[in-house]
Design a protein around this ligand. Sequence first.
Ligand code: PRX
Length: 643
Amino acid sequence: MPGSDVFTPPTSFSSQAHVGSLDEYRSLCRRAEEDPENFWAEMAEAEVHWFEKWSHVFEWNPPFVKWFVGAKTNAAYNCLDRHLETRGDKAALLFEGEPGDRRSISYRELHEMVCRFTNVLKARGSRPGDRAIIYMPMIPEAVVAMLACARLGVTHSVVFGGFSAEALKARIQDLDASLVLTADGGWRRGKEVRLKDAVDEALTDCPGVRNVIVARRCGSSVQMTAGRDHWWHELEEGVGADCPAEVLDAEHPLFVLYTSGTTGKPKGILHTTGGYLTYTTCTMKWVFDLKEDDVYWCTADVGWVTGHSYLVYGPLSAGATCVLYEGAPDYPAWDRWWEIAARDKVTTFYTSPTAIRALIKQGDSYPAKHDLSALRLLGSVGEPINPAAWEWYHRVIGKERCPIVDTWWQTETGGIMISPMPGAVPLKPGSGTFPMPGILPEVVDFEGKPVAPGGEGFLIIKRPWPSMIRTIWGDPQRFEQQYFSRIPGIYFTGDAARCDEDGYYWILGRVDDVMNVSGHRLSTMEVESALVRHPAVAEAAVVGKPHEITGQAVCCFVTLKQGASTDHSALGKELRQWVAHEIGPFARPEEIRFAESLPKTRSGKIMRRLLREIVTSHTVTGDVTTLEDLGVVTKLAAQHDDD
Ligand code: PRX
C-alpha cells in the first residue's frame, strides 16, 4: 500500500552521494529559501560556463521572470566545449539503432559534428533568433541538430516523430519556422517510420520554410524538392568544423516545446538558456547523483521535455555518458532494453511507469537473462507510479539495491521539481517525496488557502525557479490566464496533490481536461477537434479511461450526422484511424462509443465528469440536476452492459 512502507537509502549509496543525508538536504533547502539570490548565483557559478556574468540574479514581474539578467552564455558550449579539456575522449553518446548498429561518440567527436553542422546552418542562411523544427528519429543527428541550433542561437522545436503531418504543420505554422531538420525515416519495430513523407505533406501549407535538411537513416527513396530540400551529408561535404559558439543572452529562447492544454490548440512552451541550464545541470547531481563514471540512460524520446532536459541538455552539460536507443523496447524481443543495459553497463536508468507496466506483463524471465548488476539508481517520470509497478521495478530490476527516484515535473517546469535525493530521502513508494531546493510547492484549496496536511487540493509553486516556462509562444495572455490567474501571481500546476504529515507529496493527477496516456499529455479538446473534422461526426466528447498499461486510454463519445453510416463497427475503426492520422498514432482512441446525444448542462457545456464516471464505474452518481437530458446519461451508462 502506498505510504505503508518506507525505504531508507542504503548506506552504501548515501556514503558516496552528492547529498548524503536529510540534514544536508534540509540545509540546501534552507539556504535556497532564505536567500534565493545567493543560492542560485552560487549554483550558476558552479555548474554553468558564462561568457559574461549577470547584473542581478532574477527579476520577477509576475507572470514574467528573467534569470541571470544581462549574463551571456551558450547551451551547446556548456554541453560540449567546456568538457573538451577534461572529458574530450569520454563517450558522450552510446548510440544503438534498432537494427543493431552501434556508435560510441566521444565529447570531442560530438563537438566536431555539432560545429560542422552549425556551419551548414549558417551557410544556408540561418541566424540567431530564427526558428527550426526538428522532426527526427532517436539518432545522434537529432542531438546534433538540437545542439547546432543552440550553438547558433536558432530556437528549436522538436516534434515527436509519432506526431502526424497535420500536427507537424500546426507547429511549423505557429512557430513560423524557416528551417526543418528531419530524416528520411527511422526504425520502429522493424518498420520504417517515414518522416520525410510527413514533412512533405505538412509543407504544402508552410510557405515560410526555406530549407529542409534530411539526414539519411533508412536509405529508402524520398522526394526531394529542388531548392528547398537538401541531404545533410551532402551539405556537410567540404564544410569545416571550426565554429565558435554564439555569445547569447541568458534569456535567449533556447527551445519551444508544444504540449497539450485545455483547448484544441497545443501551447508552445518557451524555455530560455541560462536558468534552464543551471537548473537541469543541478538536478542531474541532486536527483541522479551523477558521477564521472556513470552510464546514464533516459529512455524518453527527444520529442518530449524529458528528452530535452534529461537526455540532452542536463546530462551533456553535466558531462555524462548517455545511452541513446532508437527503437522499441520489444524489438526484436522484450529484453532489448536489458540487453543494452547489460552491454553498456548502465548505472542509472530513467523511464516511465507505462513502460514498467508493459515490461511486468512480459514476466521476469526477460530481465533475468541479463546482468544488470551495474545499475545503482532507477528513475520514474510522467505519471504516478502505482505500488505494484514500484515494487517490481525495485525488486526485479534494482535487485532491492537501487533507490528509485520518482520525479514529478512538467514541460512547463523545465526540470524536476519534486523528487527524492536518493542518498538523503527515505522513499515512500508512489510519492515524489520532497521538493528540490528553492522549489516551494503548496497544496491549496479553490481560494488558494493552504490545505491541512493529509488533505487533497491543487498543487501550486509559490516562487519562481530558474528553468520555469517564460511564456506561451506568441500568446502571453494565454500564458497568464493558464498558469497565473487562478491564484494571481502564483504558478498553478494543473495537478491535484496531497502532502502528508511527514511532508511527502503525492500527485493525484490532472484537474483539467488533460489526459495522460503512456505518460504523454493529450488534451480531450484536441481529440474532440480532430473527431468533429470527420464528415460523419456531429459532436464528440472525449475522456480518459483507466488503463492497465498506459495509465489512461482515450475514450470517445460521438454523435453522428444525419445520413452517416450505421455500420458502427466499421465507422469506429475509421474514426480511430482518423484521429491517429490527425494527431499521431499515440493518440489513437482505445474506444469509440456512439450516442444519440451527449449529456450537457443547461448552458450547453458537455458534462465530461459524467462521461468519466461512465467509463470508470459504468454508473453515474453525484449532482446531475443541471443536466439537460437525464435520459441520455442513463442510456450511455446502460450501454456498457449491451456491448
Ligand atoms: O500530471 C503530471 C504528470 O505529467 C504531467 C506533465 O506532463 P508533461 O508536461 O508531458 O511532462 C511529463 C514529463 C515531465 C504533470 O502535470 N506527471 C509527471 N511526472 C509525474 C506525474 N504525475 C505523477 N508523478 C510523477 N512523477
